[in-house]
Design a protein. Structure first.
Length: 454
């Protein structure tokens, strides 16, 4: 007797065009794009991110295309929820399509990511969200790659049969390896540059130095510091990563050959787009000698940090000063912002004269206002140049006592700047150091000719 029982056909898995599709509001594009680029470049995840398919969508009817994209073509859909997402029309259209498929299939097709505290009434209160603010875009990218089966942590990639002994040997071998640290440029704004540093070794490393360099711009190689830590070193733990925000107080400019005055931002603004910037980090890996750290560097288009250059490059420069017994004359070149400036005169340790505030000759005002993109000859004066007290005699040296030291001494003019464009910002620049001998007649008239008690 023949067997008349029939076999139940097995459903063939549906071939999808993408591993995952992204639904988001345009205001959140910056973070979404980071995730899209990471999952594609690192794990080769096929992702529908609309910016990558603008040409394909050109001329098509979205009322017909969106149901295919968000209803049929992806294995999963990541929904980036924010206040902008909740408020906008097209994201809500996409969400409706995603929800219809999720309810039809009764699977975790919808993967919600929360950018802020916005709520979607359509989603169950018990659904699990990915907290973007807490875990960040790199962790999200790894979770997406793991969800679609393109990424597994290293311990899940070990052979299926592995003994406890061999696992212990492997662990010991791994722990003997040194730290291995690299970084990438993550973001930049007018205040600094954020770099993401990752240590893929089993021992901690130390970041011990930071520098910013430019290929052709007339900006000197400038040491950078960690915002909030100053010049302190930064430790990166084993198998850990960290975002480090680097900044500078000011960018040191080279001198113009014709005038010996520093370049201003306005002099280099049109050259930034064609130049290359490099950040170099000194890393003390666990196997480096104490005095010989490793060097890591990343180059990138200088235009990425144009707002930073604009804020940190000098907005004002001084020509080399001249002097007679009545005043110091200095030519001031102002940049693109209106300013109010004040001056101080100081000398190096070779000349025992205390730092002195200077007044505007003729008005005795302590400050001077300059319009944007202007220049002016400024005449500076002071009533006296007080000398530093001699601790042995408790007397202030007179002019004849300090005169022999003037030829070897160096002077600088310090300029206090207050910006008048409504920002309330202040800064300070200094002139290029110049021989104190230039000020000889000015010094002679203002340093006491008599010995005075301190």
């Amino acid at each position: 007797m023949s067997d008349t029982s029939s076999e139940v056909p097995t459903a063939e898995p549906i071939e999808r065009k993408w591993d995952v599709c992204f639904s988001y509001a345009g205001e959140d594009r910056k973070n979404v794009e980071k995730v899209a680029n990471k999952v594609k470049r690192t794990w080769n995840v096929d992702v529908f991110y609309d910016r990558n398919y603008e040409n394909d969508l050109w001329g098509k009817d979205l009322d017909k295309e969106l149901p295919k994209i968000f209803g049929d073509d992806g294995r999963y859909c990541v929904v980036f929820i924010s206040k902008d997402y909740v408020a906008k029309e097209w994201p809500r259209v996409e969400l409706k399509i995603v929800l219809l498929r999720a309810m039809k299939e009764k699977t975790a097709y919808l993967l919600p990511v929360r950018f802020d505290d916005a709520e979607l009434d359509e989603l169950p209160h018990s659904i699990v969200y990915f907290p973007f603010q807490k875990k960040g875009w790199r962790r999200l990218a790894a979770e997406i790659a793991a969800k679609v089966g393109k990424y597994k942590p290293w311990w899940q990639r070990l052979p299926g049969v592995i003994t406890i002994t061999s696992a212990a040997i492997l662990l010991v071998a791994v722990m003997l390896l040194p730290s291995r640290t690299n970084f990438e440029i993550a973001d930049a704004n007018e205040n600094g540059v954020k770099v993401h540093v990752s240590n893929k070794g089993p021992k901690a490393s130390q970041l011990v130095g930071f520098r910013l360099k430019f290929k052709d711009l007339p900006i000197k190689d400038t040491p950078m510091k960690v915002a909030g830590l100053g010049w302190a070193q930064r430790k990166i733990g084993a198998f850990r990563g960290a975002d480090v925000f680097l900044t500078v107080d000011t960018l040191a400019m080279r001198l113009k050959p014709a005038t010996s005055s520093p370049y201003l931002y306005r002099d280099i603004a049109n050259r930034i787009a064609g130049d290359t910037a490099t950040i170099e980090i000194d890393v003390r890996e666990s196997d480096d000698p104490p005095a010989s750290p490793s060097h890591r560097l990343q180059s990138f288009p200088a235009r990425r940090i144009d707002p930073f250059i604009k804020k940190k490059a000098p907005n004002l420069s001084l020509m080399p000063p001249e002097a007679n017994q009545d005043h110091i004359k200095v030519h001031v070149l102002n940049g693109s912002r209106p300013v109010e400036i004040g001056f101080e005169l100081s000398f190096d340790e070779k000349l025992p004269i205390r730092e002195a505030p200077l007044l505007m000759t003729g008005t005795n005002a302590t400050t001077l206002r300059l319009a944007a993109n202007s220049e002016s000859d400024v005449l500076l004066n002071t009533w006296e140049l007080p000398t530093q007290c001699d601790p042995l005699t408790s007397l202030q040296p007179k002019y004849d006592d300090i005169k022999p030291f003037i030829p070897a001494a160096i002077a600088v003019l310090k300029v206090r700047i207050r910006y008048l464009d409504g920002t309330g910002e202040t800064s300070q620049v200094t002139s290029e150091p110049f021989p104190a001998q230039v000020l000889l007649p000015f010094i002679e008239k203002r340093v006491t000719q008599n010995e005075l008690d301190c």
